[in-house]
Design a protein around this ligand. Structure first.
Ligand code: AMP
Ligand code: ZN
Length: 218
């Protein structure tokens, strides 16, 4: 199954991506995680992406399309993949459609996680990420047993620069301006499934899996 996850920052794409990728045994590919890994490793790509990420802006399309194209030719995508956080602009969506059409492996479904913007601000401002395993905790909804420390591997928790309040508002604007139009684009293409992303994590996972399975049966 080839699937794209779309939704505002804080909609829970990363969390749901993990469960969906396990359920369907497909790799989850997150451009945000790839950029953060490059930042941590101080690669040229990481350095180029940093100022956009810190500001809550999008990394330029050529760069982003390049890393996704390279990733999608790896062997583990043979059975499909789940894209988390890509595409985020109309040119990225066009590039993805073209790349997959050239290979005769078009997208099966685009799953939209819907959440209102007050909820997004609440979620993102309490979010804390583990430095070593990238597990995401939440001060209110899912606090670690020991403040500041990851339950999974004892890693140090930090607040992503792009989860600071000013940047959150900027990211929401960027989403509304540049990414939200993709919802219409994919609806017109007959690929869109939308579910609510407010509620318990496991209920949302259940909705997501049902929506994806029903899309596959179409
Ligand atoms: P995320 O973890 O998906 O919220 O991504 C974190 C940051 O990485 C975003 O705020 C952007 O600066 C950058 N980024 C991730 N995915 C993309 C994309 N598809 N296009 C442009 N920039 C991206
Ligand atoms: Zn951890």
């Amino acid at each position: 199954m080839r699937v794209v996850l779309v939704g505002a920052p804080g909609a829970g794409k990363g969390t749901q991506a993990k469960f969906i990728s396990q359920h369907f045994a497909i790799p989850s590919i997150s451009t945000g995680e790839m950029f953060r890994a490059n930042l941590a490793a101080e690669t040229e790509l990481g350095k180029a992406a940093k100022r956009y990420m810190d500001a809550g802006d999008l990394v330029p399309d050529e760069v982003t399309i390049g890393i996704v194209s390279d990733r999608l030719v790896q062997r583990d995508t043979g059975n499909g993949f789940l894209l988390d956080g890509f595409p985020r602009t109309p040119p990225q969506a066009e590039a993805l459609s073209k790349l997959l059409a050239d290979r005769g492996t078009p997208l099966d479904v685009v799953l939209e996680l819907q959440v209102d913007s007050n909820e997004v601000v609440r979620r993102l401002s309490g979010r804390r990420t583990c430095r070593t395993c990238e597990h995401v905790w939440h001060l209110d909804f899912d606090p670690p047993r020991e403040p500041g420390t990851c339950d999974v591997d004892g890693g140090e928790l930090f607040q992503r620069d792009d989860d600071l309040p000013e940047t959150i508002l900027r990211r929401l604007d960027v989403y509304a301006e540049q990414t939200a139009p993709l919802v219409d684009y994919y609806r017109d293409a007959g690929l869109l499934q939308s579910i609510t992303a407010q509620g318990e994590v496991d209920e949302i996972t259940q909705l997501a899996i049902e929506a994806l399975e029903s899309a596959l049966r179409r």
